[in-house]
Design a protein. Structure first.
Length: 212
């Protein structure tokens, strides 16, 4: 059943940000874009499972999907934060972060009474399309092909100029060492790695995990 406008309005208007203590995230949550918060804290923030929250530490912030936290952590004022988010925020387990509802910049709806914060969950890929301008997005396939053709070229395409030049120099050294047995082993491994790295980095740039 779709949530009524009055219920949404109450959650949106009466919400408040919370300071929560960081605990280790559940396995697999990082790749799904999940964080886990207790029901009481979700109510204070004004979110339900499936909504988005913004987590801040100093001048750094990340956005993730809220899920239920489980009985073991209920009522403890914590947020289960996956490692990928802890690294991006620069926080450790046991430290505090500020958690608030994530706002979507859309036109006003429902007679203009409340700024539109849709109850429909939206996901990191969708959020990334909003935060990474199309002109800055990279094509993982092109990045991989460029590295396939020329070692380091995919990294340069991704905007990692220094990394691409370093790969290029290392590639030359390994190519020259192919006259001995060690080069015949190391160069193909390094070449395949540069292709994978270019492809994976392009994807992470598009989702905001890597900034160049």
């Amino acid at each position: 059943m779709e949530e009524s406008f009055e219920n949404r309005k109450s959650r949106w208007v009466n919400h408040m940000e919370k300071i929560l203590r960081v605990e280790k995230g559940r396995a697999g949550d990082g790749s799904k874009g999940y964080v886990r918060i207790d029901s009481r804290d979700r109510m204070s923030i004004g979110v339900e499972p499936g909504d988005m929250v913004e987590i801040r530490k100093g001048n750094r912030s990340v956005t993730a999907i809220v899920r239920k936290i489980g009985r073991d952590y209920a009522g403890r004022g914590v947020i289960r934060l996956p490692e990928v988010y802890r690294e991006r925020l620069g926080v450790k387990i046991g430290e505090n972060v500020v958690v608030d509802r994530a706002y979507r910049k859309e036109s006003y709806r429902e007679r203009g009474e409340v700024s539109a914060r849709s109850s429909r969950p939206y996901y990191p890929e969708e959020y990334a399309q909003r935060t990474v301008p199309p002109t800055q997005q990279k094509n993982p396939g092109i990045a991989a092909v460029l590295s396939f053709l020329f070692v380091g070229l995919g990294q340069i395409y991704n905007g990692q100029i220094g990394k691409g030049l370093a790969f290029f120099v290392l590639g030359i050294v390994l190519a020259m060492s192919m006259f001995i047995i060690i080069g015949l082993i190391l160069y193909p491994i390094f070449w395949i790695y540069t292709i994978y790295d270019a492809y994976n980095t392009a994807k992470k740039i598009n989702t905001g995990e890597i900034r160049v």
